[in-house]
Design a binder for this molecule. Structure first.
Ligand code: ZN
Length: 133
């Protein structure tokens, strides 16, 4: 069941809400970007993320296929979420679960977790090694 969580960057300039059903799963990816940031995420639909403060403090980064817009706080550098669009999913957000202030660690740990082989452009596959992600 979806639950509304409250998230922020490190300095607190950027604040948002996200409606997430953790039972639908979380993921970590071994691509060049996610592996450097240890990005642990949950995908949600376009309307399930709402900015509550600091939209103007977000800046963006893109690379590779330019499918995803990675949003960062321009003050502290923390990435609260990425936003993308594909023919299959439509517009989606990948929420940084580490930014959610009211997500209990035990709830995060009990959520399903899958690993994606983004390094080889095979997001549907589990990489051969993932313990470091
Ligand atoms: Zn910040």
């Amino acid at each position: 069941m979806k639950k509304t969580y409250h998230g922020s960057c490190h300095c607190g300039a950027v604040r948002f809400e996200a409606d997430i059903d953790l039972d639908k799963g979380t993921s970590k990816c071994n691509c060049s970007f996610c592996s450097k940031t240890r990005f642990w995420k949950a995908f949600v639909e376009e309307n399930d993320v709402r900015m509550t403060d600091g939209q103007e403090n977000l800046t963006e980064y893109q690379f590779g296929s330019l499918t995803i817009v990675h949003s960062f706080c321009r003050t502290c550098g923390i990435k609260p979420f990425g936003r993308g669009e594909t023919p299959d999913l439509g517009v989606f957000y990948a929420v940084n679960l580490a930014c959610l202030e009211d997500l209990a660690v035990e709830d995060l740990l009990s959520a399903p977790l899958e690993y994606q082989d983004g390094k080889h452009d095979s997001w549907g596959e589990t990489p051969s090694e993932f313990r470091h992600l």
